[in-house]
Design a protein around this ligand. Sequence first.
Ligand code: ADP
Length: 185
Amino acid sequence: MVRLILFGPPGAGKGTQAEALSKQLQVPHISTGDIFRSAIAAQSELGLKVQAYLDQGTLVPDSVVIDMVQERLSQSDIAAGWILDGFPRTVPQAQALDELLAKIKQDYTLVLNLQVSESVLVQRLLGRQRKDDTEEVIQQRLRVYRDETSPLLAFYDLSTRLVTIDGAAEVEIVNARIQEAITAC
Ligand code: ADP
């Protein structure tokens, strides 16, 4: 049973790795960013609520994200395990996740921190074609990561289940290192 939290700045490769691991380990990939983008495309109530945040590169309010993750983790497919990608992103979200997992009597296996320098991140993000990958929004997302998300590393550092991996390496190498970390724990 594998339950992973993929952590790292925008452009670190969380989505790419989560997708590969989801197939390899046969567990659902839960990406809060993907869920928001689908909701926006469908113009659902959630989509309308979060669109401006995604467009500006700011964080969706904790309560909205936490409710959505709670809902997702109440579905039956997560009995097989899960990979969280893009959540938690703030200390209150991490605390809410701890409470949520305690309630459903689950625990995470590992927090995988994908580390990549800012210059490489900007290069990668500028090379993508996503709507929120303009120079200005990228700078905003990196700022949000520095100010609001990176403090979470100290939160998880208190546990022995935080593993930092060089995310600048090739996709297959990063994948292999993640697999090693899972096997070793
Ligand atoms: P990236 O990691 O490349 O920035 P994501 O797809 O994870 O991309 O997130 C895109 C956007 O979705 C974020 O900029 C933010 O507006 C919103 N978002 C995703 N996850 C969260 C979260 N856990 N808390 C708040 N906002 C979030």
